[in-house]
Design a protein. Sequence first.
Length: 207
Amino acid sequence: MTTNHSLRAVIFDYGRVLSLSPTEDDWSALATATELPLETLQHRYWEYRDAYDRKEVTAAEYWAKVAGRELSENEITELISRDDAQWTRVNTDMLHLARQLKEAGLKIAILSNMQVDMLRVMRVKFEWLSDFDVQMYSCEVGMVKPSDEIYLECARRLGIDPKQALFLDDKDKNIAGAEAVGMHALLFEGETSAAENKVKELGVVLN
């Protein structure tokens, strides 16, 4: 059940919120596959990611930019596979919280910067995605966080005012983007209890 409150929806980022973080071994394997030092790999990985997440470049184009060289088809296939694997380990505690929130009468959504190759794998692997009332992925809407438009569109699809939503994300800039359009927001740093406490502060009673 819920108490009287204005909160009507909780919006979850996917990476490092509904999924676990990649391990050091995961990143090291990508660095080895690209023949780059780990620090260079991680810098380029994120530097070029938005265009990939908006579906403006293909996987082959993205990974060539990251590696700084032409890649064989086998190398590209390996990189896609390793990347998919490192982001598709479920944070079962946060998924449980999402289901509790839905049982409490709130709507739940996923709002993620996501590239199309990974999304394809997720939709095969995770039946639970359909538990969410709204799923918004950058590769399908052509926008990435922290643009105002992507948060506002998510609220529109949920049928709520932005101020009636709580947004959970692991990046400061994305939290700032949500707050800029009037959403409640919490920087998620791996502690499910922090998210639980936040929804309770906003008047939600969890079973």
